[in-house]
Design a protein around this ligand. Structure first.
Ligand code: ADP
Ligand code: MG
Length: 494
């Protein structure tokens, strides 16, 4: 089923509007301790060739043995992408020569992948949502790495990555702008991180995308595409698409034709350039790997994995909106990272999961906590203010013990010094004054000291704001603003 794409961001050319069509092949490194067909570690970094078994080095006579954990992770990912799980799939050899591929072939899946068609819902920055079709997800081995900068005349090969399990997640050509493509990759990354099937670390290469781009006049058949290999940041994916779409439009408007080819993105220049003409599937001489049996598992196994999936971002977002009255924007910000959503949930759990606290807690997590964490470049796991402490601050505001303004001071104290917010409020006399007689005394003093202003206020009611400010100031911000307002109104005859 090809999901309908609602938005179309057209690009203006000299001959009219053009539509960009994008499909992504995302390579996601499977989170597992060992490689896909060997027991060697998948650890990042380390000395070159420190994590290489005889299987990964393709020594003669070595046989691959499937790592069940990688299969489990691929199935869980497929379930998270609302996709068809194939109970029987086949590993194929994709044959090609390259110095970083000692086997002379990559073990991949071709005609029968472990996961078939699925769908991902993507929320766009403008508030619109699209559904992006997933064509398939298959398991394959990563290759090693050629090092060309270690020796003046020789290249070296590091096989640490050789044999690491990758999931290749292929989208349908459903994306229509760089914005959509960026939002899709971000959403995919979020889902993988919720599932714990890929750490999503693009800097380390755990997630990278081959970006297929073509252009056409709206309503025309699909144009010829170019594939930009191995783009490793969301921002670069956007830049590569923008550049490539304009390059193709330029060629077509000059009366030329786009050659189907594989290109590279140069992040420094912000350009794509030709790498090689497009290879065809038959160039690889795919055939089922005779060393591996077809991959088979039962529906019960799949069902059990499904039952244990964590709550995923779409479901969490819908629940935050329904249960805690959040706006879609706030809910979207909170669910973008699993740790943020869980922190928010922990705050609400301490408060007894009342809808009443939902919005206030969201404000505090998003604005005060995230703001402060960003300022110090801290991850939420390293927050000096715990969920229980933040809950206590929110509770103090909710029950009227402190004002929102004092709460910010309190947050800062807890951030720097730690402690129990209730005790701090008690010990430092930060309680909001709701005692009317105490406030009345201050109100009377201010009115008495400013008779000229008090005389003008009947004609200019907006001046009451000045009086409120004075009372708040002389109470050290602790007077209850509502009580101050009410008292001033009655005393000034408004
Ligand atoms: P291959 O494996 O040869 O790269 P596929 O048919 O598997 O080819 O497609 C790879 C990717 O290219 C998919 O993500 C698909 O959505 C995308 N794609 C296919 N046709 C087009 C097109 N005309 N324009 C943009 N993307 C396309
Ligand atoms: Mg491809």
């Amino acid at each position: 089923m090809n999901a309908p794409v609602k938005t179309s961001k057209l690009i203006k050319g000299a001959t009219g509007d053009w539509e960009v069509v994008i499909g992504l092949e995302v390579h996601a490194q499977v989170s597992s301790n060992a490689k896909l067909f060997s027991g060697a570690a998948t650890e990042f970094g380390g000395e070159p060739n420190a994590h290489v078994s005889l299987v990964d080095a393709a020594m003669p006579g070595m046989l691959p043995v499937i790592n069940e954990e990688c299969v489990r992770q691929a199935i869980r990912t497929g379930l998270g992408l609302n996709a068809q799980i194939n109970l029987r799939s086949v590993f194929d050899r994709k044959n090609y020569f390259y110095p970083d591929l000692p086997q002379g072939y990559q073990i991949s899946q071709y005609k029968s992948p472990v996961v078939g068609e699925g769908q991902v819902k993507v929320d766009l920055p403008d508030g619109e949502s699209i559904v992006v079709g997933i064509e398939r997800l298959h398991l394959e081995q990563d290759a090693g790495k050629s090092l060309h900068d270690q020796h003046p005349t020789a290249s070296y090969v590091d096989l640490n990555r050789s044999g690491v399990a990758l999931m290749e997640i292929v989208s349908k050509p459903d994306l229509r702008s760089s914005e959509q493509a960026k939002a899709y990759v971000s959403k995919l990354r979020t889902i993988l991180r919720y599932l714990g099937t890929c750490d999503g670390d693009m800097e380390k290469g755990s997630l990278r995308a081959d970006v297929n781009v073509s252009v056409r006049k709206p309503g025309d058949a699909l144009g010829t595409r170019c594939e930009i290999k191995n783009v490793n940041s969301v921002r670069f994916i956007g830049q590569a698409i923008e550049y490539e779409a304009r390059r193709q439009i330029g060629i077509l408007e000059d009366g030329g034709t786009v050659d189907q080819e594989t290109r590279l993105f140069d992040a420094v220049k912000g350009e794509t350039r030709s790498m090689r003409s497009k290879e065809e599937a038959h160039d690889y001489r795919y055939f089922p790997d005779p060393d591996l049996l077809p991959l088979e598992f039962s529906q019960d196994y799949v069902d059990a994995l499904k039952a244990e999936l964590p709550e995923l971002p779409d479901a969490k977002m819908a629940r935050f909106i329904a249960e805690f009255g959040l706006s879609a924007d706030d809910a979207g910000v909170l669910v973008a990272e699993r740790e943020s959503a869980e922190f928010y949930e922990a705050v609400l759990a301490v408060l007894g999961n009342r809808e009443r606290d939902g919005k206030l807690a969201a404000n505090w997590v998003i604005n005060e906590l995230f703001g402060r964490l960003n300022k110090e470049s801290l991850a939420i796991a390293a927050s000096p203010v715990s969920a229980a402490q933040l809950a206590a601050i929110i509770d103090l505001i909710g029950e009227g013990t402190i004002s929102g303004k004092i709460a910010k001071d309190l947050f800062e104290i807890i951030w720097v010094e730690g402690g129990d917010p209730r005790e701090v409020v008690e010990a430092r006399g930060m309680k909001q004054v709701t005692d009317l007689s105490a406030i009345e005394k201050v109100v009377d003093d201010i009115i008495a000291a400013n008779p000229d202003k008090a005389a003008q206020v009947a004609a200019k009611p907006a001046m009451i704001g000045w009086f409120v400010g004075q009372v708040m100031k002389s109470s050290g911000g602790k007077a209850n603003p509502q009580a101050v307002n009410d008292l001033l109104k009655s005393k000034l005859g408004l």
